[in-house]
Design a protein around this ligand. Structure first.
Ligand code: GTR
Length: 357
């Protein structure tokens, strides 16, 4: 495993002619190429933005949690090819009149309070969090025209966006709105599992997010396909069970993943030189923690091109609860199962504080 990536992974920093990239300018050209490669071969092509989103505050709890926070229920509306699209969010922020780093969380349930985020603790740490229920955007099934999916014409050429692309698009529209709010300084996007994949794809495309947090994102998220542990999920398995998360073309790699001209470190590299946290669970074999760590190592040169540290840590597998957080690309192996819990949030919030956010 040790030198596996060196031998068989597609080269991140080689340009079209196979020459090594050493300048920011050449990297940014390469970055565009990678973005297009991932859109056309994995997540699908994102439709254009027809206009910025606006928000309508529906309800406010001025003293949420223990009274230190505000919870606002807001409708986000934006124009699309086929008219306006509206969906609700819950927006929590500290009640102190200051600006705060704010997480945009893609979540699995519609409730304001949920086991995947400790609202009160996030507020107490001086952060905001805006929560999107992902199926308000489009259903998690094969109906690619549900809700937002139906608002754009599909080209039917194998590269149309899948659900991950739709959910990511919604997080960007929430960013449109939040960036107009006085309570917001900077934004990060966060998600768990399929929504961790979504958070990565969202931040890859939308550079207004200064940070991204991938929690247990696994296959087609942070983890390498090449060199995957036998217990880990593969492109073959994921495209059999969840083909609609991706573009149709992705299925071509189901039996030939070695032919992909990229691996998942390409996705992580698109977030450079911004902040990125990749978090795994030590017992989350399906997501394959070690190839998540390895792909951080593989993506790290993209940060180095900017003269910044990317991943700073060991190549040998992290121990449970070990955090490699000295660079701009943090990796942590939270002890336990497939879950987005308090410990994960604390790893991420500590990272932000250490970076001065
Ligand atoms: C699994 C899927 C994973 C992961 C997970 C989830 O069944 O195979 O890729 O995304 O669902 O989202 O909880």
């Amino acid at each position: 495993m040790k030198n596996y990536q060196m031998k068989i992974l597609p080269e991140l920093l080689n340009d079209k002619n196979g020459d090594q990239i050493t300048t920011v300018e050449a990297w940014e050209a390469r970055r565009k190429e990678i973005l297009e490669m991932l859109a056309k071969n994995e997540y699908g092509v994102t439709p254009p933005v027809y206009g910025r989103a606006t928000g309508t505050v529906k309800e406010v709890d001025e003293k949420c949690a223990s009274g230190q926070g505000v919870l606002e229920d807001i409708d986000i509306t934006f124009p699309t090819e086929k008219g306006n699209f509206t969906f609700p969010i819950h927006y929590f922020h500290p009640n102190d009149g200051k600006k705060h780093f704010t997480f945009v969380l893609l979540n699995f349930r519609p409730d304001a309070y949920d086991m995947y985020f400790p609202a009160e603790e996030i507020i107490d740490n001086g952060f905001g969090v805006a929560v999107i229920y992902y199926q308000h955007i489009s259903s998690d099934d094969a109906d690619l025209t549900d809700k937002l999916g139906g608002m754009f014409t599909r080209a039917n050429d194998g590269t149309d966006w899948g659900k991950i692309g739709m959910w990511a698009y919604a997080a960007s529209r929430v960013a449109d709105y939040l960036l107009t709010r006085d309570e917001v300084s900077d934004l990060g996007v966060i998600g768990h599992s399929r929504l961790g994949k979504t958070a990565l794809w969202c931040a890859a495309q939308d550079e207004r997010f200064v940070a991204a947090f991938s929690n247990c994102s696994g296959c087609s998220g942070a983890s390498y396909e090449r060199g995957k542990h036998p217990k880990g999920e593969t492109i073959k398995l994921i495209t059999n069970q969840f083909p609609y998360w991706f573009c149709e073309k992705y299925r071509e790699y189901a039996d030939h993943s070695e032919l992909r001209p990229f691996d998942q470190h390409f996705l992580l590299s698109l977030i450079a030189p911004r902040l990125l946290c990749v978090g795994s669970g030590s017992e989350d074999y399906w997501a394959d923690p070690y190839t998540e760590q390895m792909s951080c190592i593989g993506a790290s040169p993209a940060w180095e091109i900017y003269g910044k540290d990317g991943f700073v840590g060991k190549e040998e597998q992290a121990k449970p609860n070990e955090v490699f957080g000295d660079g701009n690309l943090q990796y942590d192996l939270r002890e336990g199962i497939h879950f987005l819990g308090r410990k994960d949030w604390n790893f991420y919030m500590n990272f932000l504080k250490e970076k001065g956010l």
